[in-house]
Design a protein around this ligand. Structure first.
Ligand code: CA
Length: 159
């Protein structure tokens, strides 16, 4: 299922749904395209960003070619942090995306919004993992753990 260019609202319905973005779907860093999925199901559904993220690769620089099945290794997120930043807004999970991988992986939300050219809102579902513990940042989102969990659960496909 694909929204195409511009802002779209997507509803998958029952069963396993794959939501696909291609590079031409993106907006600009001045005005990101915002797509909303109304019924993303953690158990069955996945986001395919393979074509949207330009040059994303895993950490060993082999573009996933030498892993067992050609997929992103499930143990590391590689430079995915430069492309995707996950936020929790109310009951929604929001993916901020820089298709050119311009995020530093450690920056303020305003810096992120200046660089993002695609936003994906997953309504009423929480895919985030918090840092945990008791410190001041305990409830901050652990970006690496969140992306790993999405990759592992099949909610996110980038290769
Ligand atoms: Ca769109």
């Amino acid at each position: 299922m694909s929204g195409g260019k511009g802002n779209d609202t997507l509803t998958g319905g029952d069963g396993k749904d794959v939501f696909v973005w291609t590079l031409t779907d993106r907006g600009t860093s001045d005005q990101a395209a915002v797509d909303t999925i109304t019924d993303f199901n953690k158990k069955d559904d996945s986001l395919n960003l393979r074509d949207l993220l330009r040059g994303e690769r895993d950490d060993d620089g082999d573009n996933g070619k030498h892993s067992n099945n050609g997929d992103h290794e499930k143990s590391d997120v590689g430079d995915l942090l430069n492309y995707v930043n996950v936020a929790k807004v109310g009951g929604n999970t929001v993916l901020h995306i820089s298709t050119e991988g311009k995020f530093s992986g450690n920056e303020s939300s305003s810096a992120i919004s200046n660089k993002e050219d695609q936003t994906i809102v997953l309504k009423d579902v929480d895919l985030t993992v918090e840092k945990g513990g008791h410190g001041e940042h305990a409830h901050d989102i652990d970006q690496t753990a969140t992306l790993l969990s999405m990759l592992k659960n099949g909610n996110l496909n980038v290769d």
